[in-house]
Design a protein around this ligand. Structure first.
Ligand code: ADP
Ligand code: MG
Length: 277
């Protein structure tokens, strides 16, 4: 889909079927505002390729805003502004030459509340990922894509005989996995997940965590979570955000997840990861 040529299925999924490598995401000195209210100050974070990075911290400290900046959703809010850079591999997604639609294709997003198109079939929900990105595909390509994406989301076995059933009829956990499958249809290099399990039961949560671990081989994952056990189970790297005493959200501490939980450097991190906030 480079150079404005029509996008095809092969561009998105790779004609040979060989997985594309995951990308590194590098946020540099991000500050963000809604009107004149500053909500993030000088946030820098490298999210290594093929790893899961967890963003933790109390409500209101700017985690969702940061996540939305990573795929250019922040700019959809009319009052929003920002400073800083977001490098996907070595390309700034905010460069003039980098189109919004390209950033969205390369950097997918899954939200807290599962949001499949409820009346649309399971099959069409996955394919909708392509349509949203303006990618054309033949019937055979779509069939293949639906199987691949549902398999990656851990849904193929349980749903392969009911692909024409509406997405809205699935359980909450299945709906969330369907949303993951839909986001994978355009072959993103990064998947952003904003509290993807907060609305789910513990069993569905574990299934999604296993899915994430599998997915991280081919898609770099950034997840916001309030569940400290989950952060430890799924992430290799962790960043602790805080907004305090009128200060905008910033990163207090970041690094290796095990180190951060076993030996945090900042006393505020210690209190937070031990549930004392
Ligand atoms: P978190 O995800 O860590 O709970 P958010 O990124 O949602 O934090 O919010 C950070 C701050 O930005 C909060 O003070 C919130 O009220 C504010 N905020 C978020 N979205 C908007 C918006 N669309 N307009 C104005 N303020 C917003
Ligand atoms: Mg949030």
């Amino acid at each position: 889909a480079l150079g404005g040529a029509p996008a095809t299925h092969a561009d998105a999924v790779g004609s040979t079927g060989v997985p594309l490598p995951p990308s590194q995401l590098d946020a540099r000195s991000i500050s963000a505002w809604f009107g004149d209210h500053q909500v993030l100050h000088d946030v820098s974070l490298q999210m290594p390729a093929g790893q899961v990075t967890a963003l933790i911290g109390p409500s209101g400290c700017g985690k969702s805003t940061f996540l939305r900046i990573l795929n250019r959703m922040h700019e959809l809010v009319p009052s929003a502004s920002l400073a800083g850079e977001v490098l996907l591999d070595h390309d700034d997604i905010y460069d003039a030459g980098h189109r919004l639609v390209d950033a969205r294709k390369k950097i997918g997003m899954v939200f807290q509340k599962p949001n499949p198109f409820p009346a649309m079939s399971i099959y069409d929900n996955v394919v909708a990922g392509l349509k949203l990105a303006g990618i054309r595909a033949s019937r055979n390509e779509k069939d293949e894509l639906v199987e691949t994406c549902l398999t990656k989301a851990g849904l193929w076995r349980e749903l392969k005989d009911r692909l024409r059933a509406p997405g809205g009829g699935l359980s909450g956990g299945q709906q969330q996995r369907l949303c993951i499958a839909r986001s994978l249809a355009v072959r993103p290099r990064v998947l952003l997940m904003d509290e993807p399990c907060s609305a789910l039961d513990p069993t569905s949560t574990r299934v999604i965590e296993e899915t994430m671990t599998e997915l991280a081989r081919e898609v770099t994952i950034v997840i916001v979570t309030h569940n400290m056990q989950q952060a430890q189970r799924v992430s290799q790297q962790c960043a602790f955000f805080l907004a305090s005493q009128g200060q905008p959200g910033h990163i207090v501490e970041h690094g290796d997840t095990d180190a951060m939980f076993s030996a945090p450097i900042d006393p505020r991190t210690f209190d937070y990861v031990n549930g004392r906030f």
